[in-house]
Design a protein around this ligand. Sequence first.
Ligand SMILES: [Zn+2]
Length: 84
Amino acid sequence: MSTYYPRFYSNAYWSMPEHIMVATKAFGKPLPPHAVVHHINEDITDNRPENLLICTQAYHLALHARMRQRAWIERMVGGKAKDL
Ligand SMILES: [Zn+2]
């Protein structure tokens, strides 16, 4: 078999991870190239639309850097850091 499948078909819903599929449906059109879907509560099994954030790779990295920083401060103060 050497059937040629255009790129669209390789990105069809059935081949997408669930969080990408949910985000794509919520967005109403295919996600921009290089878009990243972040789980807001960090639970990667929680694919409710309200737990998903569509962002750029750069913003996603910054978000995770900030989350690591917050976790570090919380360990240092032994509690929840509220105003970061
Ligand atoms: Zn993330």
